[in-house]
Design a protein around this ligand. Structure first.
Ligand code: SAH
Ligand code: SF4
Ligand code: F3S
Length: 445
């Protein structure tokens, strides 16, 4: 496979941001495998360091620059060390990164990873390489196929990328580009390949995964049809998908939660706010009531589904009443888990450009704290309610204690047992205790 087998160079990749970056990092490592690189776990040993970055909030972007600062001594000690920045900061800031951090040799946007080997060859010894195009060709096709190595039992598979929704606060449509769906046959081939290598659970990824509309037999397929086809793959036992937009939750996808056994009862469905005024200002194109009715329909199809979501507090113009509306919505839904963030103005997005009055930072912090307390309470209640129940667990790794094995339930809870199970086993488990971050159980055999 390798074009330069005698030349083993070491690659260190650090991944920030969403699951799509995790998937992309794996694929980049494979692409550079063809240039003689093998992955290592510390930057000190590396011949090349690649940061796969996230631009979603200011703090995420700043982390990249502070991490780069930490590599200065390594670069002085080894002038041949190549330093690359990939991902959404690379896309958003491009050459600016090299200006701010001259030791960066290479900048590659999320749509150009397949060109990494060429960029790598070009970079170094004072030469800089930059590629932040949105090329016509399909980067997934151009990437070298995954080597047939054994894999962990749960894997990600990107099926859709980019976003056309343009929520007023969000950089993703600018960093990832327009919505593109991969064709059905390529996804099926990749899924079968993963299964052959030991994968039993696949999480389908997309910035707007339920807007999936890939070319398949007889025309364009939606996500539900793709999931039903994947469910036919022998050996693939569990399917999940993330992240969805409420407006793309179509009837057949809701129905699949009720009748497709391999589709797990967990749904991440961000709403961002419970105030119609703020939802409108965010350009979300739905009301709080529409979201609540949608959840009713999903629960009618799958009553035990674990709901998850994302929230932004302190969006410009958010009043105390708007925030209380968010709290009420959260109370009404009852989340199994949810993520909440303080609004962070992102350069180039409509919300930041309009320069609307920012919410006082202390007020925003206080709101975030209250929302997070409520969510944590719901999370614990949901977790505690599992005690005494039977769940199915896919075991993924050894636990911290001797003899302990850890896996995920269908509701995405971490579950640990001290029974004799192997990585990759799926077993029925009775939950006997609920800890701060995981559940304890015993095997039912
Ligand atoms: N594609 C996904 C997630 C995008 S980013 C979706 O549409 O839901 C993940 C989360 O980050 C968002 O759901 C939102 O809650 C949060 N987020 C995005 N931009 C943000 C910003 N400018 N400030 C604070 N949080 C933000
Ligand atoms: Fe961002 Fe909105 Fe698109 Fe999600 S749907 S990626 S929040 S623009
Ligand atoms: Fe971050 Fe880009 Fe994902 S901005 S959340 S890494 S799509």
């Amino acid at each position: 496979m390798s074009e330069t087998p005698s030349n083993t160079k070491k690659l260190y990749i650090k991944t920030y941001g969403c699951q799509m970056n995790v998937y992309d990092s794996e694929r980049m490592a494979e692409a550079l495998g063809g240039s003689g690189y093998t992955e290592v776990s510390s930057p000190e040993e590396a011949d090349m360091i690649l940061l796969n970055t996230c631009h979603i909030r200011e703090k995420a972007a700043e982390k990249v620059y502070s991490e780069l600062g930490r590599y200065k001594d390594l670069k002085i000690a080894n002038p041949d060390l190549k330093i690359g920045v990939a991902g959404c900061v690379a896309q958003a800031e491009g050459e600016e990164i090299m200006r701010r951090q001259p030791m960066v040799d290479l900048v590659v946007g999320p749509q150009s990873y397949h060109r990494l080997p060429e960029l790598e060859a070009k970079a170094g010894h004072g030469q800089k390489a930059l590629d932040t195009d949105f090329p016509e060709e399909d980067k997934f096709e151009k990437l070298k196929s995954r080597p047939k190595a054994k894999r962990a039992p749960a894997a990600f598979l990107t099926v859709q990328e980019g976003c056309d929704k343009f929520c007023a606060f969000c950089v993703v449509p600018y960093t990832r580009g327009a919505e593109v769906s991969r064709p059905v046959d390529r996804i099926l081939t990749e899924a079968r390949d993963l299964v052959e290598r030991g994968v039993r659970e696949i999480t389908l990824l997309g910035q707007n995964v339920n807007a999936y509309h890939g070319a398949g037999e007889g025309g364009t397929w939606g996500l539900a049809r793709l999931i039903r086809e994947l469910a036919k793959v022998d050996g693939l036992e569990r399917i999940r998908f993330t992240t969805s937009h409420p407006n793309d939750m179509e009837d057949d996808l809701i129905a699949a939660h009720g009748d497709c056994e391999k589709l797990m009862p967990y749904l991440h469905l961000p709403v961002q706010s419970g105030s119609d005024k703020i939802l409108k200002a965010m350009n979300r194109k739905h009301t709080a009531e529409e979201y609540l009715r949608l959840i009713e329909r999903i629960r009618a199809a799958r009553p035990d589904i674990a709901m998850s979501g994302d929230f932004i507090v302190g969006f410009p113009g958010e009043t105390d009443q708007d925030f209380e509306d968010t709290m009420s919505l959260v109370r009404e839904v009852g989340y199994g888990s949810a993520f909440s963030f303080k609004y962070s103005p992102r350069p180039g997005t409509p919300a930041a450009e309009k320069g609307d009055k920012m919410v006082d930072p202390d007020v925003a912090s206080e709101r975030l704290h209250r929302l997070q307390s409520l969510i944590t309470e719901q999370q614990h209640a949901f977790q505690d309610a599992m005690v005494g129940r039977e769940v199915s667990v896919l075991f993924e790794r050894k636990g911290r204690l001797p003899g302990q094995m850890v896996g995920k339930s269908e509701y995405l809870h971490a579950v640990h047992v001290t029974d004799d199970v192997a990585v990759g086993d799926i077993q029925r488990v009775r939950i006997i205790e609920s800890g701060p971050n995981s559940l304890g159980g015993v095997l039912l055999r």
